[in-house]
Design a binder for this molecule. Sequence first.
Ligand SMILES: Cc1cc2nc3c(=O)[nH]c(=O)nc-3n(C[C@H](O)[C@H](O)[C@H](O)COP(=O)(O)OP(=O)(O)OC[C@H]3O[C@@H](n4cnc5c(N)ncnc54)[C@H](O)[C@@H]3O)c2cc1C
Length: 338
Amino acid sequence: MSRVLIVGAGLTGSLCACLLRRELQSRVQIVVWDKARGSGGRMSTTRPPDPSSHSADLGAQYITATPSYSQSHHSVYSELLSAGLLKPLDFLVEGLKHGDGNQDYVTPLGMGSIVKHFLSESGADLFFERHVTGLFRRGASWEVERKAGDSEMFDAVVVTMPVPQILQLHGDVLPLLSVHQQQQLDRVVYSSRFAAALFFSPDAVFGFPDWTARYVSDNCCIRYIRHNADAGGLGPSLVVHTSVSFGAEHLERDTQDVQPIILQELHTLLPALPQPISIKCHKWRYSQVLTAVPGCPGQMTVLERPLLVLAGDAFVHSNFDGCVESAQSALRVLKASL
Ligand SMILES: Cc1cc2nc3c(=O)[nH]c(=O)nc-3n(C[C@H](O)[C@H](O)[C@H](O)COP(=O)(O)OP(=O)(O)OC[C@H]3O[C@@H](n4cnc5c(N)ncnc54)[C@H](O)[C@@H]3O)c2cc1C
């Protein structure tokens, strides 16, 4: 039985684990490590400190399937639709530009529910707060080192963390990259933004009933707002994303110093917003991929034996379908190798 480590419990890692289980069944032991305290990565759903409020998605908000991806990723979409984890977008997103034939979906249980679904289907041994710091080639295996200081051996490794973080890993990853691969990875560019989730008490009333989500074009700080006023008895939540230019300008500042600026700008846009009972603010240093790895088939194979594959949205493009494409591509390499 081969022991495979998938680094990152975001969408790419969790779908890759799920597809690998379905293809190779009990011939493979799948282990998933993530440095965070929960799954989801940039598709995680944040629970409020007070359970009387609705959860909030600080990262990805909705899924847009082009006609071509609706067809090529049909099995993934139909699985999530029939599990009740996706439904067609049924509210007004002010300022959303609909592409011809595109289908927009939302996640009734939050974006994180999709990732959790694939992780559960994978039957993987899942470990959080496992921060990978280095990969060392040891004969036919990879020794994977953790921040805690210890390490474990695996027959194959798939790394789905953001590319700048891959380039910081100790050990044999960088020396094994060809000059061309190094140049490809160096070209990857991410945007940065801040996101804030505001949680309200169940009796809070929002005075802006026309839209549920809105793109803001005339504010230097705020780019996107989404509320969840119809929270089924729970207190509503509201998510704000800053613009990319604001994210770049304040990137090196502490999140807690930036939070008051975001809240002040939000107040100018929505003066009638009630007082939240709690707020979570997050800095997405690696938010969306602006320049993906050029000329890459969804993954980058660094070494065939022992197998080391780099994957994630940076190897296709930064959205749901980019991750699906990358996970499927990593699966093809894993299948051929194992
Ligand atoms: C603000 C925002 C809005 C977005 N909006 C949308 C949208 O509306 N629709 C859409 O389709 N997409 C959207 N996206 C993009 C989408 O979220 C990403 O494309 C997708 O989540 C990337 O998934 P991934 O698995 O490739 O990477 P990630 O989700 O980044 O997963 C990588 C995982 O690796 C873990 N990790 C990192 N370093 C280490 C380490 N050293 N050791 C162990 N684990 C590690 C991380 O904790 C993370 O969980 C948005 C993203 C952001 C940030």
